[in-house]
Every structure is written in structure tokens, then in C-alpha cells.
Design a protein around this ligand. Structure first.
Ligand SMILES: Nc1ncnc2c1ncn2[C@@H]1O[C@H](COP(=O)(O)OP(=O)(O)OP(=O)(O)O)[C@@H](O)[C@H]1O
Ligand SMILES: [Mg+2]
Length: 553
């Protein structure tokens, strides 16, 4: 297995979860040969124009990946190829079941549909109306499809209906991209260039999809805005919001974004990573994980820091499965990203931005203050950015809550410096309230995400580096002996250093067991953890014998 593969995310691992009955390969190949896919979707159809990168001599293209999935009943085939003269691989979307003739008929249906239903684009952007419009569209579409394709079977009918609805009412092919679980980010920079995507396995790729014109990009942005009850207009040309399932969207309008209207969609992982994935991808070692687990078990607080997209939030989520099931957890975020095992007693909360009149804001600080009144044992904080949040967070730790927050910085020293200096200004004397700093980082050459440093905070508020990632060897290596962390654990638990070492070894065994037994989802990992806290001896017996874990009882 090459290193890139190791970095693969759970969605790759679980790719077969959905019954992926994509188009059969022969069909795709044939279509590729006869009609280049760019022409299978007629340009007059409206929404997106496929870029004609496919007109490439076969010897100038090298296929690097191919897979299928179903997007709203539409079978989709994706082909990723390296093409001579292109600096990044090309991601091509094929709706292979639609032949050229079908496409022409569908376009006819679409035109007739617009006449019959008599609705322009403007109407459908009205919030609340979408469902009604969709229903009316659907009835007419079914009628027209039955008229033009009298012998059609039920599955194909459903697929064509869905395809037409998406094409007429939705965001066209952008919606197909949203359904590819392997994509992390979908970016429209303007209507003059293809849509870009960030792929979990292949990084940035150029697609064969381009939005028709700037007006269409703007229309999509407006549509997304309305869906989440927000506006994007010339007066308010920036939109930052999260969609229902936790996907994040940002849009900007010209002339603020000088080259064109933009849309950036960051997809929320449907199958969040767990400690098992982290160990498998070598994000951190079992010994590092067991040290963090031990500290979290006994309620020590931690800051998880790193650069942009280094994996801070994912780490916070992964580590939260170490919480015992009999404690109350409150999470506070701007965007709903955290997802905890169902065995935990968890109250998720998220902030709200003010409405256009500047009313109704619920800030991170408001939620933190409120959380303290809900008797939490643990508080998770999405990201600490401002002084007020940091102050409240440290107050919360001082009043006996264990807190886990993410923070933006590049190494543990910088974390301490940034926390204790303007503009955040946490008093130096308060800093030892945090027992541990966990630094995440993304290797800029390989793209791998790793735990970069684990440090403790000494009584004098200085940091002590316990483990450091060795970039060349790709391992976390031990640095200094722990002073404060182990001393605090001894103090809080009454355990001797030898007992703590034994517990660390046990935890390490359980972690290795999770990997060996491929226990990978949030809920299955959560169940094993719950077992550890309630039935430790039994669990250790199962682990020692490397027996299958019984999830049914
Ligand atoms: N250990 C890891 N291995 C592989 N992929 C990871 C790992 N950690 C995070 N990722 C992926 O990296 C992307 C960014 O992760 P995440 O959102 O956790 O980063 P972040 O540091 O919180 O980002 P931001 O700065 O935007 O808040 C996600 O798509 C996530 O799936
Ligand atoms: Mg984050």
C-alpha cells in the first residue's frame, strides 16, 4: 500500500456501504468512444456546460481512478485522468445511462415542462416554495416522461425524473459533486473556469463541469443563501453559512471577488473518522493515543491546535470518544462538525449569526456562559478565536469543568505565546489549567496529517514537550519526561507511577485491538469505550484473546 492510500479516509474504506449500482463499465466505455461525454449533455439544457477537455487523444490520457455512485437516483461514473498538458488531473462526471437521443428528448421535455408549469427561475428561489414547486414539477415530469417513453421501467423513470428536477430546479451537476463522498471541497472560482474539487485521495482536481455564466453562479449562491435563511446581495456580497447536514458554504459576489462570483462548499464527512482510522493512517501512535486517553479519562483539559485544515476539529472529534459514558458533554461550535458516539450523554449547540437587521446573534461566548448553567462535565469548544471566549473557557476550567478546544497556531510554543499575549490575553497564571497541548499538522509535501507535538504545561506556565513528530521517519518520538501531567494524574487518582504505566499499557492494547478488529465507526468505537468504563475486566479478556467484540449485548 502506498503512503497516499494510508491517508485515505473512512469513506474510502467504507465505499461499498451504499449499494453502488453504477453504470456498467462496458456501457461507459462505449459511450466514451462513440460520443465524447461532453456532448452527451446538451449545452442548451441550461445549467452547466461540461468543459470539452475530453477531446483528448487517448494516448495523452492516463486513467488514475474510476468509481461509481448514485446521486439522487442518478447513476454516476467518475473518471480521474492525467492528461498531457494539464497540470492537475481531471475529474470527469459521466451520467452514462443517458444516451444522446435520450438527452435530446429530455431537453424537449424540459422545455415543455417550463411552458406547462409556467415558473421562472425567480420563483423557485423563494424560501419555503421549493417543495411545492418541486411537487408540481414532479407531477408534470412523470406525465411527460410516460408520454415520451411509454415502455419505460420504474427505475429508469425515477432516475429520469430526478435528473430533470435537478437540472431544472437544483444546482445541476454541483449537486452530483456534493454526493461524491470522496470530495472534501467544491469550488467555483468564476464562470470562466471549470469547477475545482479537493479529492480525499488525489488532492485538487479540475472537473469537466463549468457553470454557464456569472448570473448562474450568482443564482446558485442566492439559492443556497435562501435555503439557510440568509441573503447574498450587492449590498451584502459575502455569505458564510452552514447547510443542513453540516456542510459549510461560502459565497462572494463580484466586484468583491474580482475575477467572478465564487462559491466554496466544504463537505462535512458523513462517516467521521475515529481513533481507529487515526492509528491506521498513522496520524498518531498507540502510545501517544493512550497517553492522551489516560489524561482525558481523568478529566484533564486540553487544547488541540494546528494550522488551517490540519485536522484540529477531526482530532477533537476522534478524542471525544475517550469520554466515559456517564458524563454530560456539551459541544459549542460555529458550524456543526462534531459527531459523538450515541452512547455518550451529549448536547450539541451551535452559534447563530445576526440577521440582516443585526438581531438574534448567539455567540460562542453566550453559549459557553449558558453551557456552564447546564451542569456539564465536559465542554468541547469548536474554535477559540477571541479574548472573551478564551476568558470564559479558562473560567470554565477553573470552576471544575474539563474543556477541550481547538485553536489556531503552528507549534506548542506559539500556542502558549498566542494564548497569553494580545489580543487573546489569557493571564499567564491561568494557563496551567490546561494540562495538555496537542498539535496537529499537515505535511505540505505529502499532504499527510499527523499529530506533530504533545506538550504539557508546567506550573510556571512554560511548556514541556513530551512527544515530537519526526518528519523524516514519519513517527512520533518521545522527548522529555513528563512532570506536571503524570504528577497531576497521580494526585487526582491516587495511582502510583507503576499503576499509571500499567493503565497506559492496557489502553494501548485496547487501541491496537480496535485496529486489529477493524472497529472503525463512531458508534462501534464508542461502544467499546463504554465497555471499558463499565466492564473493564471483561473487555480486557476479549482484547487479550483477540476475540470478536460482541456488539449485540
Ligand atoms: N488524521 C487525518 N487523516 C486524514 N485526513 C484527515 C485527518 N484529520 C483531518 N483530515 C481531513 O482533513 C480535512 C480538514 O480537517 P479538519 O476540518 O478537522 O481540519 P481543521 O484544522 O479543523 O480545519 P479548519 O482550520 O478549517 O478549522 C477534513 O476533510 C478531514 O477529513
Ligand atoms: Mg476546524
Amino acid at each position: 500500500m502506498d503512503k497516499n492510500k494510508k491517508e485515505a479516509t473512512p469513506t474510502t474504506v467504507k465505499k461499498t456501504e451504499e449499494p453502488l449500482k453504477g453504470p456498467d463499465k462496458k456501457e461507459v466505455k462505449q459511450e466514451t468512444k462513440q460520443t465524447p461525454p461532453s456532448t452527451t449533455i446538451s449545452k442548451q439544457a441550461g445549467i452547466d456546460v461540461p468543459v470539452e477537455i475530453q477531446k483528448v487523444d487517448p494516448k495523452d490520457r492516463k486513467k488514475v481512478d474510476e468509481y461509481s455512485f448514485i446521486s439522487k437516483k442518478i447513476p454516476i461514473n467518475i473518471i480521474i485522468s492525467e492528461i498531457k498538458g494539464e497540470y492537475v488531473p481531471i475529474y470527469e462526471v459521466y451520467i452514462s445511462k443517458i444516451s444522446r437521443t435520450t438527452e435530446i428528448i429530455l431537453e424537449k421535455i424540459r422545455q415543455e415542462l417550463i411552458k406547462q408549469v409556467n415558473l421562472g427561475m425567480v420563483d423557485i428561489t423563494d424560501s419555503g416554495k421549493t417543495d411545492i414547486v418541486e411537487e408540481r414539477f414532479k407531477e408534470t415530469i412523470v406525465f411527460l416522461i410516460e408520454k415520451y417513453f411509454p415502455d419505460i421501467d420504474q427505475t429508469t423513470k425515477e432516475f429520469l425524473v430526478s435528473y430533470l428536477i435537478q437540472k431544472s430546479l437544483g444546482m445541476g451537476k454541483l449537486e452530483i459533486l456534493m454526493d461524491d463522498v470522496l470530495l472534501e471541497e467544491i469550488v467555483v472560482n468564476s464562470a470562466t473556469e471549470p469547477v475545482w474539487v479537493f479529492h480525499k485521495k488525489h488532492g485538487w482536481l479540475k472537473t469537466n463541469i463549468q457553470v454557464k455564466d456569472e448570473e448562474q453562479v450568482r443564482h446558485y449562491a442566492t439559492m443556497i443563501g435562501r435555503k439557510v435563511g440568509r441573503q447574498i446581495t450587492n449590498i451584502d456580497p459575502l455569505l458564510d453559512a452552514h447547510l443542513n447536514e453540516g456542510d459549510r458554504v461560502n459565497a462572494t459576489l463580484q466586484p468583491i471577488s474580482t475575477a467572478g462570483n465564487t462559491i466554496t462548499l466544504r463537505k462535512f464527512s458523513r462517516n467521521p473518522m475515529t481513533i481507529t482510522h487515526f492509528l491506521k493512517f498513522r496520524t498518531l501512535s498507540p502510545s501517544a493515543a493512550s497517553l492522551i486517553w489516560q489524561a482525558m479519562h481523568y478529566e484533564l483539559s486540553a487544547i488541540i491546535a494546528g494550522g488551517t485544515a490540519s485536522g484540529k476539529t477531526s482530532t477533537l472529534n476522534v478524542l471525544a470518544s475517550f469520554f466515559p459514558p456517564n458524563q454530560r458533554i456539551i459541544s459549542i461550535e460555529d458550524t456543526r462538525e462534531i459527531r459523538l458516539p450515541k452512547y455518550l450523554h451529549w448536547v450539541p449547540m451551535s452559534t447563530r449569526q445576526p440577521n440582516p437587521e443585526g438581531k438574534g446573534e448567539v455567540s460562542m461566548e453566550d453559549l459557553l456562559v449558558n453551557a456552564l448553567r447546564q451542569r456539564p462535565d465536559r465542554i468541547l469548544v469548536g474554535e477559540v478565536r477571541r479574548q472573551r471566549e478564551a476568558e470564559t473557557l479558562f473560567e470554565a476550567i477553573h470552576t471544575g469543568h474539563s474543556c477541550y478546544a481547538t485553536f489556531h497556531s503552528n507549534n506548542y510554543e506559539e500556542t502558549i505565546r498566542r494564548l497569553t499575549n494580545p489580543p487573546i490575553n489569557v493571564p499567564l497564571t491561568m494557563l496551567p489549567a490546561i494540562s495538555m497541548i496537542i498539535m496537529q499538522f499537515r505535511n505540505r509535501r505529502t499532504g499527510h496529517r499527523r499529530t506533530f507535538q504533545i506538550a504539557e504545561i508546567n506550573d510556571d506556565s512554560s511548556g514541556n514537550l513530551l512527544m515530537q513528530y519526526d518528519t523524516k521517519k514519519d513517527i512520533l518520538v518521545d522527548k522529555n519526561r513528563s512532570k506536571s501531567l503524570l504528577a497531576t494524574l497521580e494526585l487526582y487518582t491516587g495511582s502510583t507511577p507503576q499503576e499509571i504505566r500499567n493503565q497506559l499499557r492496557e489502553k494501548e492494547k485496547i487501541l491496537n485491538y480496535l485496529v486489529k478488529q477493524k472497529i472503525e465507526t463512531v458508534d462501534t468505537v464508542g461502544k467499546v469505550m463504554a465497555e471499558y468504563y463499565t466492564n473493564e475486566d471483561e473487555l480486557l479478556k476479549t482484547v487479550r484473546a483477540n476475540k470478536k467484540f460482541d456488539f449485540d449485548t
